[in-house]
Ligand binder design. Structure first.
Ligand code: TRP
Length: 333
């Protein structure tokens, strides 16, 4: 391999992929593939930390694979795979569990949030979730891990675990870095624009799914919460502008134009006109993705081929790392 750096990232197949996931993550992954060796995973094992309907989980896993490809991730140039197809993730996670402290894990804010939200199912997997994530990353010797801000703490713990392991056994793991691509737009909820747009939001009006009908997408944007000032202007720290800021961010992300330029086009115009244009721009941006997605849905054999080959390539790399770890800790290999 020439000296291109390695990128690892992943999304859970636990909900409808939103415009936020796409503009904040997957769209950037597409741009990164030219300059890095990229491994992009569909982390179904992570999804089990919250109860899933098995039929739906299977469907969403394939949907996500189709979405990756439809958005422009090249399945031949990059390694696209399903986490449960690569046993080394669970195997390494077990070992790393023994090098991770309860205290560290109890400081994870996502654990605290999720255990509040799912108080009836605070399972051990939810607690050790960051260790599985560490295994994902460390198996591939990733240099960079593009993630949102909410995952940075998990990257930190990954680094801590890897450094701890290396300090005992020598240079086993590459120490990865979290990386928030500058272009990554943070898209907020349409109904509560101070909250991140989330695929697990109970209110479907809060998010746009990449797979929503186009007229539903338009409706959701047109009913997005704004303010009563009637001025289309981006004001970063003004909470009352959060809704308008979000729509401007979305418009900018899908058109590639600067926020200021967009805002100046709408001077003296009303929110109704603006929202109608945002809706149209979003739909036009998603249209070719959906077309490709629909084509892929007709070709199950192709998808099986992609994930089978992805798993082969991922297993090849992951098994090498796992074997190294097995030797170090004293297993007979
Ligand atoms: N925890 C991440 C999320 O919920 C998903 C994830 C799992 C991940 N393993 C990863 C992201 C490894 C980056 C690298 O968004």
């Amino acid at each position: 391999m020439e000296d291109k750096k390695i990128i690892f990232s992943a999304v859970q197949p636990s909900g409808n992929i939103t415009l936020g996931n796409y503009l904040g993550a997957i769209k950037n992954w597409v741009d990164l593939q030219a300059d890095y060796h990229c491994c992009y995973s569909i982390v179904d094992e992570h999804s089990l930390t919250i109860r899933q309907d098995p039929v739906l989980l299977r469907k969403r896993t394939l949907d996500l694979l189709k979405i990756y490809i439809a958005c422009g991730i090249d399945p031949v140039e990059n390694i696209l795979f399903i986490q449960s197809h690569v046993p080394a993730h669970a195997q390494l996670a077990w070992i790393l569990n023994c090098y991770t402290y309860m205290g560290e894990l109890s400081r994870m804010t996502q654990f605290k949030d999720k255990s509040q939200k799912h108080a009836d199912n605070i399972n051990a997997g939810l607690f050790t979730y960051p260790v599985l994530m560490a295994a994902d990353i460390l198996l591939y010797g990733a240099d960079l891990v593009p993630v949102g801000k909410d995952q940075m703490q998990h990257i930190e713990i990954t680094r801590d675990i890897a450094l701890r392991f290396n300090s005992i056994y020598g240079d086993v793991f590459k120490i990865p870095e979290g990386f928030m691509p500058k272009a990554g737009a943070k898209i907020m909820s349409l109904t509560e624009p101070l909250k991140k747009m989330s695929k697990s939001d109970e209110n479907p009006k809060a998010y746009i799914s990449i797979l929503d009908d186009f007229n539903i997408i338009a409706k959701k944007i047109k009913s997005a919460i704004t303010d009563s000032e009637g001025v289309i202007e981006y004001r970063e720290n003004d909470e009352t502008k959060a809704g308008i800021n979000n729509l401007l961010t979305i418009m900018s992300a899908v058109t590639g134009r600067r926020i200021e330029d967009i805002a100046s086009d709408y001077q003296g115009k009303g929110y109704g006109d603006f929202k109608a244009d945002v809706a149209e721009a979003v739909v036009e941006h998603i249209r070719p993705i959906r077309q490709k997605y629909d084509e892929l849905s007709q070709d199950k054999a192709y998808l099986v081929d992609i994930y089978t080959r992805g798993a082969e390539r991922a297993n090849h790399i992951a098994d090498k790392t796992l074997k190294k770890v097995y030797k170090k800790v004293g297993f007979i290999v």
